[in-house]
Design a protein around this ligand. Sequence first.
Ligand code: PMV
Length: 342
Amino acid sequence: MSTYTTAWKSPSNIALVKYWGKKPNDVQIPSNASISFTLNNCATTTTLTYEEQSTLEVKVLLEGKEEPSFVPKIEQFLKRIAHIFPFVTTGKYIIDTSNSFPHSSGIASSASGMSALSLCICDIALEKGLLEEADFLQTASELARLGSGSASRSVYGPLGVWGEHSDFAGSSDNFAIAYDNVAEVFKSYCDTILLVHKGQKTVSSTVGHGLIDDNPYATARFAQAQENMTAMKAILKSGDLDGFINLVESEALTLHSLMMSSNPYFILMKSETLKVIEAIWAKREKDGVKWCFTLDAGANVHFLYPQADKEAAQAFIETELKQYCENGAYIHDEVGMGAKRI
Ligand code: PMV
C-alpha cells in the first residue's frame, strides 16, 4: 500500500449526564462517567487520503476550501495517538471534511469531526494489518477520545457511555461503549437544536475542563455524576419520562453552574437561552407535556421530546421557541445509530 483513501460519516452527540473535567495528570481521562444520545442528522463527513512518505504533511479542506488553521490541531492529534499507531507520525494526509450543519452555527464539530477522522485512521491501520476488525470501533473510540473526549461516544448509537462506572459493564475511561439497554421511547427520541447564538464560544471546552481543577464544588460534582449515571440507567430502562426530564435538566444546569463557579467564572448562556428554558417550563406546567431541554457547553438549547410528540413539539417550536433563535434558525435531529463508512 502506498496511497489509500477512505471516508466516514460520523454524528455529533448530546450528553444526558455530562462530562466536565478531566483527571489532571492524564491525557483526556474523564473525572466522571457520561452518557449521551448519538444524533442522526448533525454529522461530519471526512474523506482521508493517506500516502506513505518519510515526513509528516497534513492538508485540511473544510467544505472544499483549504483550511490551514486546522493543521496544528490535527498534527497534535496525530502525535497524541502515535503510541497506539506509530505509523501516523509520518505520511501525507489530505483530510477533506464537511459538516451537515452550517459552519459557525455554534454547534461544536469536534465530536463528529474527531470521530470521523479516527475511524478513517483505523481504516488505514486495518489495511496495514495493524488492527483486527473485532477491535475496530473500540480503537476508533479511543483515538477519538484523544482528539476530543466527547468524540469517543459518537462512534456508536443509539447511546454511548464513556468513563468507568461499575453499573455499566465494559465501561472504560479509555474509550466509549455502545449502550442500548433502554426503553423503545429513547431509541427514537427527538432533539431540536435551537440556535440561540451562532457565534464562537467565549470560553472553549478545553479551557473550561481545566478550570474545574480549582473549583470548590468539583469533588461533589464528580460523585454526583457517578450517582446520576446509576439513576439514568434505571430511568432509560424503564422509560420513566418524568425522571428523565428531572435528571437531564438538572445535569444541564449543573454543567453551567460549574462554569459560573469556576475561577475565572464565565457564563455561556445568553438571555435567549433562559427565555427558551422558561417557555419550555411554562408549556410543561400548562399542558403536562413531557418535553425538556439540555445544554452543552454553549448558548444553544437542545429541546428533547418523544418521537410520538413530534408534530405538537415542532408546532410549539414554530410558535413559541423560534423567536429566541438567531435568525429563527434551528435543526431537527433525533437519536441515530452511530458512524457509517461511506
Ligand atoms: O469533548 P469536549 O472536550 O468538547 O467536552 C464536551 C463537554 C460537554 O459537551 C459539555 C459535555 C459532554 O459530555 O459532551
